[in-house]
Design a protein around this ligand. Structure first.
Ligand code: FAD
Length: 260
């Protein structure tokens, strides 16, 4: 089910509907495609859910959903997890005293494309991982486990992301430089700068939504202080970028418009 709204989303905001739609799609559709999970793929799935439990700033029923799924996965010690069993474990439990619910409808707001085949899920997945890198930096010691979120993303993309070519590009970028990230703050910047590298590569291509041209982000109208010029050449003011990312990808900037 996919709902379209004739809306103009605000580019300076995050929308819970995008985040929950992307979570639903990644957990229940994309990651549950194989007839069973085992080995590194099962480990990548467990790791993704454990990271979401730690850092995803969800509504109470969604946090309960993630915690319940995480506890269930930790209990699953057999080498193979059949899809049918996993799908059953991922169902909502609305009637409990503490509802455990991740909405099953897919509604794109900030990630809505001008046509069905544009934007949507990949936009939502980027947003989730930016949010996680920022929340990990805000909620833990800077130098401890700097790669916690990035390596979770790397594993998720490698084992599950439906666009094979995208996964290969991302893995190549990760293999080149991800290991040099030494703090949680650097992890925020690594994901930001590599997402911009992807934006630059895709600009003008046929996957670009003409209504949402690929930009080096954040553009000057969203963050004027993020930009500077050095000898006539554009450069980023990185401390301002970090400040901007921490505010943009914060729970206070998540809006409930169109959430179920
Ligand atoms: P997206 O690039 O999806 O960005 C989503 C939102 O994040 C934007 O609307 C903006 O608010 C914000 N944002 C934009 N840039 C940044 C940034 N640098 N830092 C923080 N926030 C930002 N498509 C291909 O065709 N080829 C590929 O190889 C490819 N590789 C991909 C790899 C990964 C890991 C992912 C998740 C997606 C990949 N995609 C690829 C899809 C592509 O990157 C876009 O997600 C898709 O085209 C939708 O674009 P969009 O306009 O919604 O913006």
């Amino acid at each position: 089910e996919r709902v379209s709204h004739p809306l103009r989303a605000d580019r300076s905001k995050l929308y819970m509907a995008d985040l929950e739609s992307a979570l639903h799609y990644s957990l229940r559709v994309e990651a549950a495609r194989a007839s069973s999970l085992s080995g590194a793929q099962l480990a990548a799935f467990k790791c993704y859910v454990a990271t979401l439990v730690k850092y995803f700033p969800g509504r109470p029923c969604v946090q309960t959903y993630l915690q319940t799924l995480d506890a269930w996965l930790r209990n699953w010690t057999e080498p193979e997890l059949p899809r049918t069993v996993l799908k059953e474990a991922m169902k909502n439990k609305r009637d409990a005293s503490q509802p455990s619910v991740l909405p099953t409808n897919v509604t794109w707001v900030g990630c809505q494309g001008s046509e069905r085949h544009f934007r949507g899920y990949p936009c939502g997945l980027w947003t989730i991982f930016h949010l996680l890198t920022v929340q990990a930096a805000q909620n833990g010691p800077d130098k401890e486990l700097p790669l916690e979120v990035l390596s979770t993303m790397r594993c998720y993309v490698r084992h599950f992301f439906g666009c094979q070519e995208c996964a290969e590009h991302f893995e190549a970028m990760a293999a080149k430089s991800m290991d040099r990230v030494a703090s949680r703050e650097e992890a925020i910047l690594w994901l930001w700068s590599h997402h911009n590298e992807v934006n630059a590569r895709l600009a003008g291509g046929d996957t670009e939504d003409p209504k949402f041209p690929k930009l080096q982000w954040p553009p000057p109208d969203l963050c004027p202080q993020c930009h500077k010029e050095e000898r006539g050449v554009h450069a980023w003011e990185e401390p301002a970028v970090v400040t901007f990312l921490k505010a943009h990808f914060s729970p206070a900037n998540i809006y409930m418009d169109y959430a179920e």
